[in-house]
Design a protein around this ligand. Structure first.
Ligand code: HEC
Length: 453
């Protein structure tokens, strides 16, 4: 995507390593977070509707508890959702710099949809608070208060109606937006790891209707199910001693739902893992990617064992172990995906570092061309002992002093040719014995470097 290329500075090799680490960390925050969010909104909207239809207050309580616990707090949205997904996007844009693929543009679309869906979902979460306030109000004033006929009662009823419709509307909109965003996210990640497809995939429909997207999405959703199941058990039964005042009946609903989701996704996950591995193009495969896939499977089996035991024997004591194992599962899964992605873009990163080196050379050759003198070599020989561009050594940093000359090459050349005392904070600069021509080339080169021309 040319548009995104404009925003990107080609990265050097060290930089690319750094970007890859940042990418892994961002995904490590983001994937568990959207997984819990997906699971929580689907469960919560389901039980909210069911609870209202059947007038079952336990279902309604579960609808409220599950969205409140699994979306953590309002500020989690920024720390675990918005910021990581934006950093992930920038990392992809950097790594896919110059790559001819619509993957980065698709990713941008997913980011926008994610952020909008977060707004709706937190709005949905909030309506439960208002509903709680309404219930408390009715309890205090007595249920009959709403039966009488006067204006403020009508207003209160209106308000209640309002909360109710906001609740179901924002829940539904948020849920489907989040699911759509996740699908496009899975699709653009899959495409990014398949350079063989880049020339052929030119519009979003091709990504939407692709088996690879579907299986990648399947892997993401089944992982989300495992994470959700584990997180429910952890938050309801283990964290901080578990949820207070749960009746046996309520605990059974919670456990039953979490168990069904975790075990259902648990059957799907290894299948999706293997299919999406088989769909990786040759360029992305490597022995390391294969080993990591095996490691993911092994952790999955161990975690599955614990999860199964937890539900079968109602042994909620292992909820913490499950939580840690699920975290490891996510971690190795992300590392595996990133390794495959790294293999896929190997050629592209080589290209990017080449461009970075070339841009560096252009600055050098500009002065070489106009003066015939290699100023960089002189710098390395005669100046670098006392000067850096961005730091004080014996002499002041060039980035500070050279700008003063306002592009006046002659004036700077005169100084370098015959330094005068300038700044009382420094000792005087000894004359470096350059020729006039060399001093000129030095001045030109320094000005080019500092002004990045
Ligand atoms: C032995 C250390 C030393 C070496 C070698 C040296 N400088 Fe300096 N340079 C200084 C010091 C000290 C100052 C600050 C002098 C002052 O402010 O009076 C300075 C100041 C400067 C300034 C800033 C002048 C200003 O207007 O503030 C420039 C430009 C500069 N040096 C260029 C060079 C170049 C080009 C070379 C190599 C050809 C070089 N220096 C080699 C010590 C050194």
């Amino acid at each position: 995507m040319n548009f995104f290329d404009e925003l990107v500075i080609p990265a050097s090799e060290n930089h690319i390593m750094l970007i890859k680490y940042m990418l892994t960390i961002s995904l490590l925050l983001f994937i568990p977070y959207i997984s819990m969010m997906l699971g929580a909104t689907f469960i919560s909207t389901h039980f909210s509707k069911k609870g209202k239809n059947e007038g079952n207050s336990l279902y309604l309580r579960f609808a409220k508890d599950v969205i409140e616990k699994l979306t953590i707090t309002k500020s989690a949205e920024l720390a675990l959702g918005t910021i990581p997904v934006i950093s992930t996007f920038f990392a992809y844009a950097q790594l896919l710099y110059t790559a001819k693929t619509i993957s980065v543009g698709m990713f941008a679309l997913a980011v926008v949809l994610f952020i909008i869906s977060f707004v709706f979902i937190y709005k949905y979460r909030n309506t439960f608070k208002l509903e709680g306030i309404m219930t408390a109000f009715k309890n205090i004033s007595g249920k009959d208060v709403l039966k009488s006929d006067n204006e403020s009662v009508a207003e209160i009823k209106d308000f209640e109606q309002n909360i109710n419709s906001t609740n179901s509307l924002s829940g539904t909109v948020g849920k489907w937006l989040l699911l759509t965003a996740s699908y496009i996210f899975a699709g653009s990640m899959a495409l990014a790891s398949s350079p063989d497809k880049w020339p052929h995939v030119g519009n979003i429909l091709q990504i939407i209707f692709s088996w690879q997207t579907l299986f990648n999405f399947g892997a993401l959703i089944s992982l989300a199910g495992i994470i959700t199941g584990g997180a429910i058990m952890f938050y309801f039964f283990s964290w901080d001693g578990g949820l207070k005042d749960m009746t046996d009946e309520y605990a059974a609903i919670v456990k039953n739902t979490a168990g069904k989701i975790a075990l259902g996704s648990g059957i799907l996950f290894p299948l999706m893992l293997m299919i999406s591995y088989a769909y990786l193009p040759m360029e992305s495969q490597s022995p390391t990617v294969f080993y990591y896939t095996v490691v993911v499977l092994i952790i999955f089996l161990i975690a599955g064992n614990y999860i199964y035991a937890m539900f079968k024997n109602s042994d909620t004591g292992s909820a913490t172990a499950v939580f840690i194992l699920v975290f490891l599962l996510v971690f190795f899964n992300i590392v595996k995906d990133q390794l495959a992605f790294g293999n896929a873009i190997h050629e592209n990163t080589k290209e990017i570092t080449k461009i970075a080196i070339e841009e560096e050379k252009i600055v050098k050759s500009k002065t070489m061309q106009s003066t015939g003198i290699d100023a960089e070599a002189i710098f390395n020989q005669k100046c670098s002992a006392c000067h850096k561009f961005d730091q004080k050594l014996v002499g002041p940093p060039y980035n500070e002093t050279v700008l003063k000359y306002n592009g006046d090459v002659q004036k700077l050349a005169d100084y370098i040719f015959n330094p005068q005392k300038i700044d009382p904070a420094y000792p005087p600069m000894p004359n470096q014995g350059l020729k006039k021509k060399e001093a000129n080339a030095m001045a030109q080169w320094l000005i080019n470097k500092v002004t990045k021309k």
